[in-house]
Write a protein that binds this ligand. Structure first.
Ligand code: MN
Length: 566
């Protein structure tokens, strides 16, 4: 038998048995591909770290020729020495042994069979540096003894670049946020002071116009009509200022609502009482829904009233002469309560309905006789949405519109009988004419002072003392012990808040109720004032009725000799 045949057969058998991988290894194809890869630096060392193989990629990345580094240096010699020290220190702490900041630090984990991939900075032959991600593997012989290490690295510059860029953008974003926050604060401050500046003259306009209107007997009908115009425009201007402030607060996220279970019948009765006088003057009939059962909604009581009053006054404003307003309350959707306000006005076409809740959109009312409040519905919508509700409108041209709000239904809150009784006791009541009362008004603005002087002059049982600043006010309070003190906040020198603190800390004056009367009318101003211990906080412009009511409550309180605040 020719031996050649046998050899050929054996070779064929072997070839069939050999696995694909072995073939690749035997031909050296795999090694060649790895070591000629220009994109990975492959550096193999002996057990001591001396470089044995330095591939094409390593040459390209590091700028050395393999011939110059093989058998000469270790990978530690082309790595950032500071990083090596840091790495050695970190490993020493981690393992509790001393690790030298050389090659050992690079392969410490790999030598213990731990897969190790880390970032380091390689230093090129020309001294320049680049970040790399390096994977380290220990090379072992057939008995498992370490005979060397393989370090495969990739250039990490691009990713580092992205990282740096991302950090820079984060920084820019953060700076922008700080800037925005600052701008927001500035806007808030601006609105605060604008509100204050507008309220002070408005207080004089509305205050004296109210005074003139009270003297109806001594003025001609034409004068009365003029005064009514002044009052009408003045209150409208105030409404606008309040609307802008509300909207600014809502937009800046600063408006805080206190959501609670609110009794809708109670709120509706209050709204009805507030709006009815206007119905009568306008000759419009109004029908309010009746509640047979208790009905509670999730809402902020004050803001809910604001929204309902807004809808009611719109229904009056945009009605026809002799028209009607119908207020209904339905619970057709489970867990929701709908309050709708229908009018018999001109109605609105669909294209205008869609734009109704946009700021300063008066929908062609610009030429009408009624000044619109382009901001009222916008504020109402935001408020209702903040309460978890919805607002909407249906309208038929020539027949009228129905505006509705929908709120989440709530369960009845637990009511303490004692508490409800004391709430009732706090209701304003007219005082029986009795002894002479003394008021002290601390105010630096002469117009405001004159206004209150004239208001008080109408009450035969009251006399007014005044002080132009806080220090003088405190002195008069100690000397004369007035029944009630009215206190401006923005005063020259000692502020109204500081003066209040001094009065309350002094046992001689601590019992006197102090009512703030200020043009600082932002919600946080009022909150701060009440927290500081003011008996009540009235904002300018003064509403004569509200002012007199508050004065009565304060005087009644003073009569009972109770301590303020508690
Ligand atoms: Mn002032």
């Amino acid at each position: 038998m020719p031996t050649i045949d046998k050899t050929t057969a054996d070779a064929a058998d072997v070839n069939r048995d050999v696995r694909h991988t072995d073939a690749l290894l035997k031909t050296g194809a795999l090694q060649r591909a790895i070591f000629n890869s220009a994109n990975f630096s492959s550096i193999a060392t002996d057990a001591k770290g001396v470089i044995q193989i330095f591939n094409v990629g390593a040459e390209r990345m590091l700028g050395y020729d393999a011939a110059n580094v093989v058998n000469t240096i270790t990978p530690a010699d082309i790595s950032d020495p500071q990083e090596l020290i840091a790495r050695a220190e970190a490993l020493s702490t981690e393992c509790g042994t001393v690790i030298t900041p050389g090659f050992e630090a690079l392969v410490f984990k790999a030598a213990r069979g731990i897969e190790d991939i880390y970032e380091l900075t390689y230093i090129r032959k020309d001294g320049s540096r680049f970040p790399a991600v390096v994977s380290v593997t220990a090379l072992r012989d057939g008995h498992g003894a370490i005979i060397g290490y393989l370090l495969i690295g990739t250039d990490n510059t691009a990713r580092k670049h992205v990282d740096t860029e991302r950090k820079r953008l984060d920084q820019v974003l953060q700076e922008k946020n700080v800037e925005l926050e600052r701008a927001n604060l500035a806007k808030s401050d601006f609105l605060s002071s604008m509100s204050h500046e507008l309220r002070s003259p408005l207080n004089a306009i509305l205050g004296f116009a109210q005074l003139l209107a009270i003297d109806a007997a001594t003025i001609t009908p034409a004068q009365k009509a003029s005064i009514d115009q002044i009052l009408h425009a003045g209150w409208y201007l105030l409404e606008l200022i309040n609307g802008i402030l509300d909207l600014a607060q809502i937009e800046s996220g600063k408006l805080s609502l206190s959501l609670e279970q609110v009794s809708l019948p109670e709120v509706m009765v209050e709204c009805q009482a507030m709006i009815e006088p206007q119905c009568q003057t306008r000759g419009i009939s109004m029908s309010f829904c009746r509640f047979d059962l208790p009905c509670f909604v999730h809402a902020d009581r004050t803001r809910l009233k604001q929204v309902i009053i807004n809808l009611l006054s719109n229904a009056l404003k945009y009605n026809r002469a002799g028209g009607s307003v119908i207020v209904e309350c339905t619970t057709n959707i489970p867990e929701r309560v709908r309050i709708s306000v229908g009018d018999t006005g001109a109605g609105l076409p669909p294209d205008k309905l869609a734009r109704l809740f946009e700021p300063f959109n008066r929908l062609g009312q610009e030429t009408g006789t009624e000044e619109g409040n382009g901001i009222g519905l916008v504020v109402s919508r935001r408020l209702v949405e903040l309460m978890g509700g919805a607002i909407g409108v249906e309208s038929t041209v020539g027949e009228g519109s129905v505006f509705w709000i929908e709120l989440n239904a709530a369960v009845a809150p637990y009511v303490d009988v004692k508490e409800s009784r004391s709430t009732a006791a706090r209701q304003p009541q007219m005082l029986p004419a009795a002894r002479l009362r003394t008021l002290l008004y601390v105010e630096d603005n002469p117009a405001n002072l004159t206004l209150v002087e004239q208001l008080v002059a109408r009450c035969s049982d009251m006399r007014l003392l005044s002080a132009r600043n806080g220090t003088l006010g405190i002195q008069i309070a100690r000397d004369s012990l007035p029944d009630v003190i009215l206190m401006d906040i923005n005063l020259p020198g000692l502020s109204g808040l500081d003066a209040l603190r001094i009065l309350r800390d002094d046992p001689v004056t601590a019992h006197i109720p102090v009512v703030a009367l200020s043009a600082n009318a932002m919600p946080h101003d009022i909150k701060r004032g009440l927290e500081a211990g003011f008996f009540r906080y009235l904002t300018k412009p003064i509403n004569v009725h509200e002012f007199m009511d508050t004065l009565n409550v304060a005087l009644e309180f003073a009569d009972r000799g109770a301590r303020p605040c508690q």
